[in-house]
Design a protein around this ligand. Sequence first.
Ligand code: FES
Length: 162
Amino acid sequence: MAKTHTILDLKSSKADPVVEIAARYNNRPDALLEILHDVQHELGHVPESSLPAIANALNISRAEAYGVATFYHDFHLKPTGRHVIKICRAEACQSAGGMQVIAALEKALKVKLGGTSSDGRVTLEAVYCLGLCPMGPAALVDGKPKAAIKPSTVDALIKELV
Ligand code: FES
């Protein structure tokens, strides 16, 4: 016998937020990027476990959803820290001392590039050119550009992240 839902059942059932987000875009496959952005905005990251539901909603393969979510470095499949430092590893910043800045950040945060500090405060990520090459080493700190970072200014930069 098929199960029937009362109106109360439907109102009280909590819909998957990812499915709701996809529905906002009428489950259009060409809206995959917007959907991933909204999922990240609302959940703080794009849980890997959400990708099958997104793929189903858009009628695309799981591989396609996974491929797009992992191709763009701005999508985080795991939760990030409350703050995100994206430090440039491209050539101009490296020649301006970027690797020393990265080493100083890793030491101060006690985390390797790509990781999150144990207190969950800061995620440290690599990016490849922010368009601030003449002012390197450069970074994005919570989305705000910072230029001419030096190993000696790393502690002050981290202290700003209260
Ligand atoms: S190389 Fe770092 S901003 Fe361009």
